[in-house]
Design a protein around this ligand. Structure first.
Ligand SMILES: NC(=O)c1ccc[n+]([C@@H]2O[C@H](COP(=O)([O-])OP(=O)(O)OC[C@H]3O[C@@H](n4cnc5c(N)ncnc54)[C@H](O)[C@@H]3O)[C@@H](O)[C@H]2O)c1
Length: 271
């Protein structure tokens, strides 16, 4: 009789909290975790999508919680009270993408100090503060948890300016600052909480088929072609490519993996 390694991917007795679980990647990760029998609580400010997911996952252990990162003091308090009432999660994933309305003006030419500061507060501070609080809750409850924060290849390397040529998309100065900070803070959390058997990793996707933040649903064709040409695997990633890695990092199949930047980019950062 051989060991059943697939059991290590099971999340049967696990409880997962996913911030941004209504998004392009978040909803796919939610589905991946539900498929592994996890209980999933999605925290997101998109009520409409939350209600759609409630219908889609009606026969699963799925709960939607309206949650807004806009006011971090309130979000922090809401999360604290939620944990008191519903318990500390075994898995915490933050795949939200909070941004101000003027996010697309984050290019070197159009950026402003106000835009940078507001988005650092909304994105970097909410990611780092809430994951720290969750790690603390896990430590206090002696939960051997898994925490996953979403970085990006653009928190690791600079953007290739040539892929925006002849498109309305431009480089994003603020994104590189925010994602770089999130990635290194996940290492710092891993270092401190490793002793408590709490694992912290960041996932860094490359370009994903779907939408371009701040620029609507349709991705620019020229951009897509430029991107594909420059990527060793000659395609963008899919939400499924990312969700299966999130499932791996959330589960006991990755029991000795912490402090890593898990890159899902078809080889983009290898060259
Ligand atoms: N899609 C990509 O190509 C890509 C590539 C690399 C990294 N990433 C990263 O992965 C993560 C997920 O990206 P995505 O494409 O799924 O984004 P998305 O915009 O599709 O989803 C983000 C989710 O966050 C929620 N959200 C936004 N502001 C919020 C707020 N103030 N309070 C609560 N929830 C809020 C949205 O409602 C949405 O459901 C992001 O951190 C992003 O930077 C994405």
């Amino acid at each position: 009789m051989i060991k059943n390694y697939l059991n290590k991917f099971s999340l049967k007795k696990k409880k997962a909290y996913i911030i941004g679980g209504c998004g392009l990647l978040g909803s796919e990760i939610t589905e991946a975790l539900l498929s592994a029998s996890s209980q999933v609580y999605v925290f997101d400010n998109d009520k409409k999508k939350g209600n759609l997911l409630k219908k889609k996952f009606i026969n699963n252990k799925f709960t939607f919680i309206h949650f807004d990162l806009e006011n971090l003091y309130q979000a922090d308090k809401k999360m604290r009270n939620f944990i008191k009432k519903n318990g500390c999660p075994d898995i915490f994933i933050n795949c939200s993408y909070p941004a101000t309305k003027e996010w697309k003006l984050s290019s070197f030419k159009k950026n402003s100090l106000n835009l940078l500061r507001k988005n650092i507060d909304l994105h970097l501070n909410s990611y780092t503060w809430l994951s720290f609080k969750i790690c603390e809750a896990m430590r206090q409850k002696k939960i051997p948890g898994s925490v996953i924060m979403f970085g990006s290849i653009y928190g690791l390397v600079g953007q290739n300016m040539s892929i925006y040529k002849n498109t309305k998309i431009s480089e994003n100065m603020n994104y590189s600052i925010i994602k770089g900070g999130i990635i290194n803070f996940s290492r710092q959390l891993a270092s401190y909480y490793g002793n408590y058997n709490i694992r912290v990793n960041s996932i860094c996707p490359g370009g994903i088929v779907g939408h371009t933040k701040g620029l609507g649903k349709k991705q620019d064709k020229t951009f897509l072609n430029n991107y594909k040409k420059n990527c060793p695997m000659k395609r963008l990633g899919s939400p499924e490519d990312v969700a299966s890695s999130a499932l791996f990092l959330a589960s006991d199949a990755s029991s000795y993996i912490t402090g890593t930047t898990f890159i899902i980019d078809g080889g983009w950062t290898a060259i």
